[in-house]
Design a protein around this ligand. Structure first.
Ligand SMILES: *[C@@H]1O[C@H](CO)[C@@H](O)[C@H](O)[C@H]1NC(C)=O
Ligand SMILES: *[C@@H]1O[C@H](CO)[C@@H](O)[C@H](O)[C@H]1NC(C)=O
Length: 330
């Protein structure tokens, strides 16, 4: 049996312990709340900047910043710009970028309307590659970069970066297009198609997949675990490889929706999720050639002259298609 004096002091001690514990817990809660609120770049400032009620607590924030931006690429916020093309590339794909610059994106043969073409990168921890890219950019002035690690699983970050560049630096352009660096764009066909369409707003145009099933085989390139994507069918989406065009009016709502959409690394499916949330149905055009390995046969260069995009090309394939575009009679 303990002495009464000791019992009393032990009770005081317990009270003291509980009070301090309570104090510490409240402190932690306060600190977490403060950090959660003010450490989050999209909570208040972004709400003012993108004056939207929906962006409150993004589940998929995009806290990256441009390290190369070419913010002056578009004058007057892109009022005169018809189309911004952002080519998703990788640091060491110099040959692909050169092929694009020399063929369809060559500014000396841009047809009629104002087009801006830029190459998008994340960062690399290989310093020499980064220096090469900076040298290349000093010559051509067409590379943009954000400070997330460039990797296959981060391609969705690049898609969001693409939307963000448009909003920040060229928001009045009529259209935004995303493609990969092994894709040939027949600009004449693309422009004619866009000008000929009745639908000018709320438009996403590309090679549309509908009701595809998520691939559950771990070894597959497009594997989606049930954890990352529970549903048994994918939303309608425009195939990322053959590229897709977005009308300028919906880029902002797409960007904002992306911050509230659970991240999946398949960028085209991710954009499809955002479109579904917004109630926008992407529009199919078979001219965006999709989903096959294209071996351009030099003997039949005219085989692809009616297409808008051709995906899966080497630099050589690009030059064959470029010659075809000049020489084949439509
Ligand atoms: C673009 O085309 C012009 C004229 O054909 C050519 O002189 C120039 O080298 C090309 N630009 C690039 C980057 O290849
Ligand atoms: C994606 O980028 C972030 C930010 O740089 C990085 O922390 C993360 O490791 C990258 N993820 C992958 C899978 O490369």
């Amino acid at each position: 049996m303990l002495a009464p004096g000791f019992r009393a002091s032990s009770r005081i001690f317990t009270w003291f312990l509980m009070a301090s514990l309570l104090g510490i817990i409240s402190l932690i809660v306060l600190v977490v709340w403060v950090i959660g609120y003010h450490g989050n770049p999209y909570s208040e400032t972004a709400n003012q900047k993108y004056s939207s009620e929906v962006v409150k607590k993004p589940i998929n924030p995009h806290p990256y910043r441009f390290t190369m931006a070419h913010e002056d690429k578009c004058e007057r916020d892109g009022n005169d710009v018809f189309l911004v093309i952002i080519v998703h590339t990788a640091h060491d794909h110099v040959t692909q970028r050169q092929a694009i610059r020399a063929t369809w994106a060559n500014e000396s043969n841009t047809p009629g309307v104002e087009i801006k073409t830029l190459f998008a990168l994340g960062t690399t921890d290989q310093q020499d590659l980064q220096r090469e890219v900076e040298k290349e950019d000093a010559i051509f002035g067409d590379i943009i970069q954000e400070n997330f690690l460039d990797s296959y699983k981060n391609l969705t970050l690049k898609a969001v970066m693409t939307l963000k560049w448009f909003l920040d630096f060229c928001p009045n352009a009529a259209y935004l297009m995303k493609i990969d660096d092994d894709t040939y764009v027949n600009l004449d066909n693309l422009i004619a198609t866009l000008l000929g369409m009745e639908q000018k707003s709320q438009l996403v145009l590309g090679n549309i997949h509908t009701k595809d099933k998520p691939i559950r085989k771990v070894e597959n390139k497009w594997y989606l675990s049930r954890y990352s994507f529970l549903r048994e069918s994918l939303p309608s989406f425009a195939s990322g490889g053959s590229g897709y065009v977005i009308s300028g009016d919906i880029v902002r709502s797409l960007y904002e929706t992306s911050l509230r959409t659970k991240y999946i690394y398949l960028e085209d499916v991710f954009i499809g999720m955002c479109l579904e949330t917004l109630g926008i149905t992407p529009v199919h055009n078979g001219g965006f050639l999709c989903c096959q390995r294209v071996d351009i046969d030099d003997r039949y260069p005219c085989a692809y002259q009616h297409h808008i995009t051709v995906h899966g090309l080497s630099a050589l394939g690009m030059s064959v298609l470029s010659r075809a575009e000049r020489e084949c009679v439509l």
